[in-house]
Design a protein around this ligand. Structure first.
Ligand SMILES: [Mg+2]
Length: 180
């Protein structure tokens, strides 16, 4: 049986939060970084600037719709790690991105030359049949068995007691250790 991996897009390989942070700096003339987004609801700092959760979601969506080229990889090992993983495993990009941004997700993968991967849109990822999920979303930790989730370290998931990587390349070793 081929070992199947669901690799998340936003926050795991596509660093929309860095682009988001740049927008906040430009618009509000404040110091702001991804570290300030310290909760899944975008954290206290954006709130203190008068931004609601919906405002943040809108900023984020507009980045996808209007300037996806500005979204970097989350770390410098992403491209190579995807290459390494796909040689050995079945890797799909699995994302819960909204309908409106589906084309942007596709285009971002093309723009970064990783459009050879299947792109799967699904809201409740835990329902899907994968051996491993690599994701930054905190709520998955309570829905998946410990060994089925590797959390990509982000400020909004640091409280989780899950398997964790700080750079994508670290998943290769973790999978080697646990693969049956
Ligand atoms: Mg994500």
């Amino acid at each position: 049986m081929v070992y199947k991996i669901a690799l998340d897009l936003e926050g795991t390989i596509a660093d929309i939060h860095t682009t988001f942070s740049k927008k906040i700096i430009e618009s509000y003339r404040v110091n702001f970084s991804v570290e300030d987004i310290n909760a899944w609801n975008w954290g206290e700092k954006v709130k203190s600037l008068g931004l609601s959760i919906q405002d943040c979601l809108d900023i984020r969506k507009n980045i996808w719709l209007q300037e996806l080229e500005s979204i970097p990889f989350t770390d410098e090992t992403v491209r190579e790690t995807i290459y390494v993983l796909t040689k050995k495993y079945k890797v799909d990009i699995v994302t819960a991105i909204e309908k409106e941004a589906e084309d942007s997700a596709r285009n971002w993968l093309s723009h970064n030359s990783i459009n050879h991967l299947n792109l799967v849109f699904h809201n409740d990822k835990e329902e899907l049949d994968y051996d491993l999920f690599i994701d930054d979303k905190p709520s998955l930790a309570s829905k998946l068995p410990y060994d089925k989730l590797i959390v990509y370290d982000r400020p909004w998931n640091r409280y989780l007691n899950s398997q964790r990587v700080y750079q994508l390349e670290e998943v290769v070793k973790k999978i080697d250790e646990q693969e049956i």
